[in-house]
Design a protein around this ligand. Structure first.
Ligand SMILES: *Cc1c(COP(=O)(O)O)cnc(C)c1O
Length: 461
């Protein structure tokens, strides 16, 4: 049986339920069906090619269909695809754990594997919670059990990670299922201050966090934060020194710090991990998206010797961390992740970034002059362009106009795939993209925003 393009489009609409997607709208449009990828480009089933301007949802590092990553995968497949980490070990997961420990902040020495960003966060939350129970039951049992997270935080979609989430649109409906969290303000400079005053924003947010900690620290097990950039919230970039300030407050008030580097890890912010930029050593580091360079689902939660040791004891003491997933430490995924880090090192990928980051910064300047661009945020290779209907009031376009969606469709016609987050157009180029490709991506995005927003505004009046 040969399958036609028509069949695929029909069956997609008939059988596949897409994530984070209003299927009523989706089914009214022609689906974009990707068939293959090559370097910085994606190709659909009609053979049309597009720049991958969102790194296939923030995961791709070295480009698609990379010969060495492919080889690492097939070589491992020729040995074994999977055996369990419950009670036994495997070669790639050992090598990768050592590699991760060597390349993350020095205090992190233990690696716990899972399969997605959400699970890496669940694990950190559960470990932090159990840690306080184990540490000094008489003093802490039942007391240090709450978590602090930021407004607009996104840490994944499982119930635990949603519990520490702060995005009303995604999370409100599940409220009755969630555990309570304490909310600290997000350092959203554009919306919290008059003239993008980063210093004022930082002070305001750290003071508010300190007020919470001062009053409630005895109940708080941990604080979770997306270092430097709150990604899903719309690329909210933190003022310099904010992360460092949060670390100091956690230390002062005896609260464990969980760094969710699922999005910002693996070079996105310009350094391998975002925490490095402010010399921060978190108590937990959650990594996923870029870990396998966009090849396979794999995640890890790294933690310290002190946390690990609290879980040691005789089996009957029940200090064990009773958590694990069937595919924990999967060999194929670990083999590719190892090759990903080897490639980053061998090609000195991080040293190539400052040029690209500066180039992007230059290319982003004209966006600020556009009548409906309220704010342009960049941290390394992560970019958010916030659209507004009116600059003075910072009012966004009415949701039903779907302006952001129209921008994305127009960019697609221009040959680039990008995605919005609410009123923010996100650019997340593949780290290996050439300057020429970055220029093309920015030009397509500029044209799409300029055309669609002006037209939408005219329609409104
Ligand atoms: C994407 C993301 C997650 C969730 O990762 P999944 O692999 O989709 O479960 C968690 N935290 C942050 C900061 C993310 O960007």
């Amino acid at each position: 049986m040969t399958v036609s393009i028509y069949d695929l489009e029909t069956w997609d609409k008939e059988y596949v339920w897409h994530p984070f997607t209003q299927m009523k709208v989706y089914r009214q449009e022609k689906p974009l069906i990707i068939e293959r990828g090559e370097g910085s480009y994606l190709y659909d089933i009609e053979g049309k090619k597009y720049l991958d301007g969102y790194s296939s949802l923030w995961v791709n590092v070295h480009g698609h269909n990379h010969p060495e990553l492919n080889a690492a995968l097939t070589e491992q497949a020729g040995k074994i695809a999977h055996s369990t980490l419950l009670g036994s070990a495997n070669v790639p997961s050992i090598l990768l754990a050592k590699k991760l420990v060597d390349n993350t902040p020095p205090n992190l020495t233990k690696v716990f594997y899972s399969d997605s960003g959400s699970t890496s966060v669940e694990i950190a939350l559960k470990m932090a919670y159990q840690y306080w129970k184990l540490k000094d039951p008489a003093r802490f049992s039942g007391k240090k059990s709450k978590f602090i997270s930021l407004r607009e935080a996104y840490h994944g979609d499982t119930i635990g990670s949603v519990s520490v989430g702060g995005m009303d649109t995604f999370h409100h409906i599940f409220k009755p299922l969630l555990f309570d969290r304490l909310e600290a303000p997000a350092p959203y400079t554009y919306r919290l201050t008059e003239n993008n005053d980063e210093e004022a924003c930082k002070t305001m947010c750290l003071d508010a966090l300190e007020a919470i900690l001062k009053e409630r620290h005895s109940e708080v097990a941990g604080l979770i934060i997306e270092p430097l950039v709150q990604g899903a919230a719309g690329m909210i970039t933190a003022p310099v020194g904010f992360l460092r300030g949060v670390r100091e407050l956690c230390t002062r008030y005896n609260v464990l710090m969980i760094a969710d580097e699922v999005a910002v890890g693996f070079g996105r912010t310009g350094t391998l991990f975002a925490c490095e930029q402010e010399q921060v050593e978190p108590d937990f580091l959650c990594i996923a998206k870029g870990l396998t360079a966009g090849y396979l689902p794999l995640a890890a939660t790294l933690t310290t010797e002190e946390i690990f040791e609290a879980f040691l004891g005789e089996p009957e003491e029940l200090r064990t961390f009773f958590h694990g997933h069937t595919y924990t430490g999967n060999q194929l995924a670990c083999a590719v992740a190892l090759k990903n880090i080897e490639l980053i090192e061998r090609e000195d990928l991080l040293a190539t970034l400052p040029n690209k980051i500066n180039f992007l910064a230059q290319k982003l300047i004209p966006f600020r002059e556009l009548p409906h661009v309220g704010d342009v945020r960049q941290q390394g290779m992560m970019i958010g362009i916030e659209l507004v209907q009116e600059k003075a009031s910072k009012k966004t376009f009415p949701a039903q106009m779907q302006v952001e969606h129209q921008v994305i469709l127009r960019a697609r016609m221009g040959g680039a795939i990008i995605r919005p987050l609410g009123p923010v157009i996100v650019l997340m180029p593949i780290l290996s993209m050439s300057t020429g490709e970055l220029e093309q991506l920015i030009d397509i995005t500029y044209e799409a925003i300029a055309t669609v927003t002006v037209r939408a505004h005219a329609l409104q009046r």
